[in-house]
Every structure is written in C-alpha cells, then in structure tokens.
Design a protein around this ligand. Structure first.
Ligand code: 2AM
Ligand code: CA
Length: 283
C-alpha cells in the first residue's frame, strides 16, 4: 500500500490535454514577464533566425512538466532538435511512429518576442502514432488559450470555434509568412500574384497564431513554405477541428512531416491551392 502511494502520478491519455494547457499557460506567463528583458540573443542560421535564453528556458519548463506527468512520452522541441532543415526533418523522423510524442515550440514568433511586437505564443501538440490528438496554443499577450482535441472540436476561452464562411478568394482575408529558409523569389511571387485577388494579406510573424486565427474564423486562409513540425502541429489540429482544411501545398492531407502548409476555411481551399500553383508553389 505504502509502495503504491509513492508511485508517481501518471495521467491518462485523456488528461494529456490538461497537462498541455497547464504547461502552455504557465510557460506563456513566464515568457510574457521576459519581454524586453532577455539577456542573450543568439543567431541560428541567419540574423533572421533567432534564439534567446527565454526560448531555451521555456522549452525546459515544458519538458519537465511532460517528464513529471507523462513519463515515457517522447519529446520533440524546437530548441533541442538541432539547427537547420535537415536536422529538423531527422528529428521528426525519429519520433513520428512513437506511441506518444509531444511536439513543442516554446516561443513561436521569437523575432516578435525579441522586438516586443505582441504576437508570439507557446505551441504544444501531442501526437499518437503520428496523428495529432491534442493541440494547445497560448498567446500570453492577449491571454488567448486555443485548445483542440481530436474529434472534440476546437475552443478559444472555452467557446467552440468555427472557421469562416467566405466562399471565394476575393472576399477572403488571408495570411502568409516569410521564414528565412525559403527563397525570396518564390515568396514574393506568390504574394504579388495574390494581392489583387483577395481582400487583404496579413503576416503577424507566428505560424501557430495564423493557424489559430484560421480556426477562429478571423482569417480565411494561411500558407507558408519551409516550416517545421513544431510550428504547425498544434495549429493544424485547431484548423481541422474548427471545420477547416489543412494540406501541404500539393494538396496532400496534413501530417507531422509537412513543411509547406496551406490551411483554410475549406471553402476556398482548392481556389487558393490553384492560385499558389500558378505562382510556382507546388511541392
Ligand atoms: P519561430 O519563431 O518559432 O522560429 C514566421 O514566418 C514563422 O516562421 C514563425 O512561426 C517562425 O517560428 C518560423 N521560422 C522562423 N525561422 C525559421 C527558420 N529558420 N526555419 C523555419 N521556420 C522558421
Ligand atoms: Ca520557436
């Protein structure tokens, strides 16, 4: 009896969502307290690709919570995965068949965090045998918690989210991003081609927030080329659970190896994919 009482408390798979919410909100509050107060700014692949001690500390906080409550689960975090596209792809490959893997971006939007531009978030997903089953995104500046569980819908502040209803590109507000890993020519061609065809184009600098905003119906679609699993996994589930569509740019269904993302309200998906193909984005 006494021995049992000393066993660590291990959550069931259902409660992984509770651990993810707890980790995202605690870590997000700490990150917010560090805006304007980071000490080390290190460059990863270029001066557009940054990391601070806050990114690393935040990842450690989340890792410790996962180890405490879900020992045995695998962990894939941006700051421990290795730098560069190849290292990222290898890190995803190593865990994609795991029973449970936590896919974590401790700060999505690090450049914004460094500059005090108030759009960054914590992104935490759990995949079961490669399928994302939990997605939690917390934006501490706006105190917005986005939560999705596979088959149970997507919520913000506890309210069910539904992606937007707009049926054509010309009535749609869309978003994209410009990660340093992708060719300037491809990014700008897609952007200049689509600008006259949509209501507007936004870029807040965080892939995870763009996906959360598609789920919330605030924007109709989002695409970006050259991202990593941790930027996308939680947000992809939010979009799918809010009734939207998530694929790669070739229109294959989303999985955790996807790097070129197209997420939409569903109604404009094919029109957007065609538009991107016409601009030379097709693989
Ligand atoms: P990050 O802040 O976690 O690095 C902005 O266009 C998006 O691109 C952000 O979600 C950002 O995530 C991501 N990003 C930034 N640098 C990147 C890089 N070198 N490779 C891939 N994605 C990157
Ligand atoms: Ca990051």
């Amino acid at each position: 009896m006494e021995k049992d009482q000393k066993q660590p408390y291990v959550v069931s798979s259902k409660s992984r969502v509770a651990v993810a919410i707890n980790a995202a909100s605690k870590t997000g509050e700490w990150i917010k307290s560090k805006v304007g107060d980071h000490r080390q700014l290190n460059i990863k692949t270029s001066s557009q690709d940054l990391v601070t001690e806050v990114d690393k500390g935040a990842e450690q906080m989340i890792r410790k919570l996962v180890q405490t409550y879900c020992p045995g689960d695998e962990f894939l975090g941006e700051e421990s995965a290795g730098i560069g596209a190849e290292a990222s792809a290898n890190a995803v490959d190593a865990v994609k068949d795991a029973e449970y893997v936590w896919i974590v971006d401790p700060i999505d939007g690090t450049t914004n965090f460094v500059h005090g531009f108030p759009y960054f978030c914590v992104s935490i997903a759990v995949a079961h045998k490669g399928e994302v089953i939990v997605g939690v995104i917390y934006d501490p500046t706006h105190d917005e918690l986005f939560v999705a569980e596979k088959g149970k819908g997507a919520y913000v502040h506890g309210n069910l989210m539904k992606s937007a209803d707009h049926a054509t590109l010309n009535e749609s507000l869309v978003a994209t991003g410009f990660p340093p890993s992708t060719s300037v020519e491809l990014k700008t061609k897609a952007l200049t081609d689509i600008l006259p065809k949509v209501r507007g184009v936004r870029n807040v600098g965080s892939a995870a927030l763009h996906l959360a905003y598609v789920a919330a119906g605030r924007i109709d679609a989002y695409w970006e080329i050259g991202l990593n699993a941790w930027d996308l996994a939680a947000g992809a589930l939010l979009v799918a659970e809010s009734g939207g569509t998530v694929t790669d740019v070739a229109n294959n269904p989303y999985d955790i190896t996807v790097r070129n993302i197209v997420a939409s309200n569903g109604h404009i998906h094919n029109e957007l994919i065609q538009q991107l193909h016409n601009s030379g984005l097709n693989a």
